[in-house]
Design a protein around this ligand. Structure first.
Ligand SMILES: [Zn+2]
Ligand SMILES: [Zn+2]
Length: 341
């Protein structure tokens, strides 16, 4: 009782320029039954945190501590937890509760559970010294990576993996990737490892350079046509006007998956140009724990290049402001004071 920690809360959601995030002295959370208390060493900065801070997503918990790409060490365990011990490295991701009994949970689609709850939105997340997580939703981390490199794998990596799966790549696919931030740069590497030819379409020059270095076949501006028709495309940029652009770039029977949780309005589509010839447009909604475990196992086998831009935990507001302005290459990661690399 009584222990406090530094952390960030979303006080009044609004544009980053209005300072929605405030640093505060918060009580150290107590792990409830079935939960782990995690001492945070690194927390990735995801675009969803920006949507929570800026109010694009409705408030689920007033004054929430954002952050759902949390890597740390188990500091304590609540009643009834088995299989985790103090000091072990652990990952905390976006999905933190599902009901387990609804038709979606029973069908292996717990990402669609109406009772699902999320870290850094419904419950406090990792922009603080400590966070809690239900042990059933905590991840074991692959070796070989440092804490800061692992953080972006926990959302950017997992969601990108699901978006790639839902984009239904045929053998030797021609894949278009629209937007090239944290998630896209990891997903592109997975796709290339699977034998896809990847074309990256994105606004920032530095992101195009990174794409080529990571093995993309081409990199051009977001609204340009790729050099060849696409079998599959993934939209990572939260920009609805790119939906018809990406659909028009698809070959017959192609699939566009939209990876973001939030998208600006999609303009009117033209049936002949954008959907006919059996093009498919689909969304990606969070992920299942199975996606998470499968992706982390893949990341343990294929060493991914994780491009991070580190910020001290005390500069979370600056990291989000930079993300909003597209000034981050790769993934922004908050590093706790005195944390191991
Ligand atoms: Zn359910
Ligand atoms: Zn995220």
């Amino acid at each position: 009782m009584g222990a406090t920690m530094d952390g960030w809360r979303v006080e009044r959601p609004g544009p980053m320029a209005t300072g929605p995030l405030r640093r505060a002295e918060l009580p150290v959370p107590e792990p409830a039954a079935g939960e782990l208390l995690v001492e945070v060493s690194a927390c990735g900065v995801c675009r969803t945190d920006l949507h929570v801070a800026e109010g694009d997503l409705p408030v689920h918990r007033p004054g929430v501590v954002p952050g759902h790409e949390v890597v740390g060490r188990v500091a304590a365990t609540g009643d009834g937890v088995s299989g985790w011990s103090t000091g072990e490295r652990v990952g905390v991701a976006w999905l933190r509760h599902t009901c387990g009994v609804c038709r979606w949970c029973r069908a292996g689609a717990e990402n669609l559970c109406p009772e699902s709850r999320y870290t850094g939105w419904d419950a406090d997340g990792g922009y603080a010294r400590f966070a809690t997580v239900p042990a059933d939703f905590a991840y074991r981390m692959p070796e070989w990576y440092g804490d800061a490199e692992l953080a972006p794998l926990l959302c950017a990596g997992i969601i990108g993996y699901r978006a790639l799966r839902l984009a239904e790549l045929p053998e030797g696919a021609r894949l278009g990737i629209y937007g090239f931030g944290a998630s896209a740069h990891l997903t592109a590497q997975l796709a290339i490892a699977q034998g896809a030819r990847v074309h990256v379409l994105t606004r920032a020059e530095s992101a195009r350079e990174l794409a080529l270095r990571l093995g993309a076949a081409s990199a051009g501006p977001a609204d340009a046509a790729p050099p060849e028709p696409l079998d599959s495309a993934i939209l990572f940029a939260p920009v609805g006007t790119l939906v018809p652009v990406a659909l028009a770039a698809l070959d017959r029977g192609g699939t566009l998956s939209v990876a973001g949780i939030h998208l600006t309005d999609i303009p009117v589509l033209n049936y002949q140009r954008h959907l006919f010839e059996e093009r498919t447009l689909r969304s990606v909604t969070a992920n299942t724990r199975d996606d998470g475990r499968t992706f982390l196992a893949l990341a343990g086998r294929h060493r991914l290049t994780v491009r991070t831009t580190p910020y001290p935990m005390g500069a979370a507001d600056r990291a989000l402001t930079d993300l909003a302005a597209d000034r981050v290459t790769g993934a922004a990661v908050l590093i706790a004071d005195g944390a191991p690399g």
